[in-house]
Every structure is written in C-alpha cells, then in structure tokens.
Design a protein around this ligand. Structure first.
Ligand SMILES: Nc1ncnc2c1ncn2[C@@H]1O[C@H](COP(=O)(O)OP(=O)(O)OP(=O)(O)O)[C@@H](O)[C@H]1O
Ligand SMILES: [Mg+2]
Length: 456
C-alpha cells in the first residue's frame, strides 16, 4: 500500500525562545514575512509524553501487529529533545518504553496467537556499528532481495516488558553520550532499538514484522562542541553531520522520486535504514525543534517538509498456511512446541522472583535458558526449511517428529527441575542432581542438532 512518510513536529519548551505560533497541525514564524509549515501533527511546547503516546504509539504498535515493518525516528538539532521524546526518563517515559508496554499488552489480549518478540539494540558511532547488548562486531549485509540486515548482532528473546526495560538500561549505559556546550547529556551516536515480532495463528499463517525506534544524534555546528575535549568531540560532530547530511540527501532524492540511485550506501545510518526510508515500511519522523535558534529550527522544518513527500510501499508480511495438510500439521506442531517452551521459560523466570533463587541454583537456571534458546533456534530453523523447501516436507516431518519427542523428553526433565526449584531450600545434592539433568538435556540437544544437520 502506497503511503507517505508521516511527519510530526515537537517543540521543546525553552526559556528565551524565538516565538513560533502553533495552530492545529501548522507551525508559523511570527516575523514578517511569515512562513508556515504544515505537518501530520504539531506538538507544541506544552505537549506531554502522554499526548505523544496516544497520538503515535498505539497506531504504530497496531501496524506492527498487522504485519507491517514500522519505524519511528527522532530528528533535530542537538538539545532539541530527541532522546527525551524517544527514551524519556523513569518518571516521564518516552516512546520506546511506552511502545514496549503497548506491544506486550496487545499480545497478552490475544491468547490464540503464538507470538515471539526478539530485541536488538545498537548504535552507530563514528561510522561504526556497535552492539549495545553484547560484545559482537556486527556488520550490515544485503540479502538476495536487496534488503539490508545486521549480521552477528546479539539478539534476546523477551517475554515481559520488564525484561526489555532491563536490556534497554543495560544498552543505554554503553551508549556514547558526552557533555557539549549545547547539551549536558548529548547523544554522540545514532541509537537503533529493534523489536522483531513473529505471530503464528492457529491456522498456521505467520506474520513477521520489525519495529525500529531510532534516536538520532543531533545536527550541530562546530561551536556546539569547541572548548570541550575538542579533538574527540569535533571528530564525533563531523561524523554525525556526515551521516545526517547523507540522510538529508536520501530524503530529498526519495521525495523527488528520482530515477537515480538513492545514495543509501554513503553512510551506515542510511544503509541500515534503507527499507524504512524508502521501501517496505510505515515510517514516522518526529522533527524535534528547540526554538532558541531560528536558523537551525527553520532548517529542521524544511528538512521535515521534504520528508513528507516520500512515498513508501509498506506490505503486510504474512505467509498463509500451505494447502498441503502435512505441511500445516508440522507448522502447528512447531507452534505448539514453541508455546510449551515459552511457557516453561516464563515459569522459570517467575520462580526466580518468587523464591529468590540465587547463586549456584541460578547458574543452573541460566544454563537451562541457554538450552531453551538453542531449542528455539532449532524450531526456527525447521520452520524456515519448511517454508522454503516444500519438496523436503516429508523428510522434515519425520525429522521433526524425532525432534518433537526429544523436546518433549527435555520438557519432562525440566518439569522435574522446576519441582525441585520450587522447594524453598533445595539441598546441594539436589542441585548436583539438577546439573546431571542439564547434561542429559544438553546431550539431547546436541543429538537433535546433529540429526538436523545430517539432512540439511
Ligand atoms: N519536551 C520536553 N520537556 C521537558 N524537558 C525536555 C523536553 N525536551 C527536552 N527536554 C530536556 O532538554 C534537554 C536536552 O534534551 P535531549 O537530550 O533529549 O536532546 P537531544 O535532542 O537528544 O540532543 P542531542 O542531539 O545532543 O542528543 C534534556 O535535559 C531534556 O530533559
Ligand atoms: Mg540525544
């Protein structure tokens, strides 16, 4: 479905601001000649995080659950409120935590759909991609359909919003932030938080979508950084400006619908956001302005006006169940297995808080979680194979039955583990017993792995 990039403006409250007039969705200068700009929405300086939430978050969560890729990114000069809008604080949470709450609430209302949520969090700092949730060295790659993806990034499967908030804070503590003249807590990198959602319906149809939430670094002039650790801040500033000017070139290119090649590859930021800027995505740009600086504000408003012209081509990423009955049965079996494992994982996680399980026992739990993730990966692998290579269905089905019974055995063993962990003070013998159970499970999984690789 063709649809334009949605563009909204948010005005930061600030003393000694150059005055602008906001009327409905139009913002105008006060001096002659009056210049007016109209957007999908303008949030004036009195706007609250709640207003931004009700206007934007539920809509983008809904699109994501419908199976569309979506993206919300905050753009604007340094100190204009991008991080405040996207991330907020503990008392005034921003779009990222609010979207996560909405998403989990919506998923919990639909009991018949089996859903998984995976998250990644990375930054682009000085034209390098840095994993904020791990120590990997991820790289941007292009697949056969010319879509970019991040290879080698740390991904976590999450079951509760609290888990996401934990990972977000861990990622934030790694993010490059420094004091500049314009902002005491200035983001020196572009941060991209992605939620990948997969929903399997009882009839076997599968919807997959990515929701990207982006807090860009701010455009800035050299004077914003000079005097504070000059060399490092200047280099960061130059890289930030380079990627933002490439973003500007891509936006104006896409807005003109030019036949030439869009220069996505000229910066890592635009390369990573390629699909969200000009392809299969529903995208919203939040242009943040801090009207203390008229020139910067006018430049942001012009930039945002150009972005409004971009046409996107969002498609619902849904795979309908194959007519083949056997295929459908296997897909359903995969979905049931996944649900069993997810329930078990959630139960283990509840146990930790319920019984305050610590130290050795908890290490045991963590090893189990690793195994769950491993089994989940095998499930993913099987489902992909099923979708892509229909001719192998029969063979896969046989292999899958084997894997299913292995997983069931593992499930039985793990249920035993849970009953031991439920005891408030399991003895060290029991903990030792748990470890031998884990090594059994690990053998099952290795066996399963080698079974699968033998026919792959
Ligand atoms: N709408 C708002 N209401 C209250 N305070 C705000 C608002 N917007 C921004 N601020 C405050 O202004 C300061 C700068 O905001 P923020 O760090 O979000 O800017 P930024 O656009 O992310 O800048 P940079 O590009 O340097 O990272 C922060 O102290 C933030 O709390
Ligand atoms: Mg910031």
């Amino acid at each position: 479905m063709d649809e334009n990039v949605q563009v909204v403006v948010r005005v930061r409250p600030i003393e000694r601001a150059t005055k602008f007039k906001v009327e409905k969705n139009t913002i105008s200068t006060l001096d002659n000649p009056v210049k007016s700009y109209t957007f999908d929405h303008v949030f004036d300086e009195s706007s609250t995080q709640n207003e931004i939430h009700s206007e934007l978050c539920s809509r983008y969560v809904l699109h994501t659950l419908e199976g569309y890729n979506t993206c919300i990114f905050a753009y604007g000069q340094t100190g204009s409120g991008k991080t405040y809008t996207m991330r907020g604080s503990d008392t005034t949470p921003g779009i990222i935590p609010l979207v996560c709450h909405d998403l989990f609430e919506a998923l919990s209302l639909d009991q018949s759909t089996i859903s998984t949520v995976d998250i990644t969090y990375f930054e682009i700092y000085n034209e390098k991609l840095i994993d904020l949730l791990g120590e990997t060295s991820p790289r941007v790659r292009e697949n056969n359909e010319k879509k970019t993806f991040i290879q080698g990034i740390t991904k976590f499967r999450v079951n509760r919003v609290e888990e996401i908030l934990h990972y977000l804070s861990a990622g934030d503590s790694k993010r490059s932030v420094a004091s500049t003249r314009m902002n005491l807590q200035s983001s020196r990198s572009h941060a991209i938080f992605t939620l990948s959602i997969k929903q399997t319906e009882p009839d076997g149809s599968v919807r997959e979508s990515d929701l990207k939430l982006v807090d860009l670094a701010g455009s800035e002039r050299a004077k914003a950084t000079i005097g504070i650790d000059d060399g490092k801040r200047m280099k960061e500033g130059a890289n930030i400006n380079k990627s933002l000017s490439t973003l500007g070139r891509c936006i104006s290119h896409l807005a003109k619908n030019s036949k030439n090649i869009t220069p996505y590859r000229d910066s890592l930021l635009t390369w990573v956001l390629k699909e969200n800027l000009g392809g299969n995505s529903k995208t919203c740009m939040i242009a943040c302005i801090s009207p203390s600086d008229l020139d910067e504000t006018m430049s942001t408003l012009r930039y945002a006006t150009t972005a409004k012209e971009i046409k996107l081509n969002a498609k619902m990423n849904e795979i309908k169940p194959n007519d083949n009955e056997e295929m459908r049965a296997v897909m359903e079996a995969a979905a049931t297995n996944r649900k069993e494992l997810e329930n078990l994982k959630a139960e283990m996680s509840n146990l930790q808080s319920e019984y305050n399980i610590k130290s050795e026992q908890w290490k045991t739990h963590e090893k189990l979680l690793e195994r769950f993730n491993h089994i989940n990966k095998l499930n993913d692998y099987l489902e992909d194979q099923l979708r892509n290579e229909i001719s192998k269905v029969k063979l896969l089905q046989r292999e899958y039955q084997i894997s299913k019974s292995e997983i069931k055995t593992a499930y039985g063993a793990l249920t035993g583990v849970i009953s031991v962990l439920r005891e408030p003070n399991p003895s060290s013998n029991k903990v030792f017993g748990l470890e031998s159970l884990i090594s059994d499970i690990s053998e099952f999984v290795l066996q399963l792995d080698s079974d699968i690789s033998s026919f792959a």
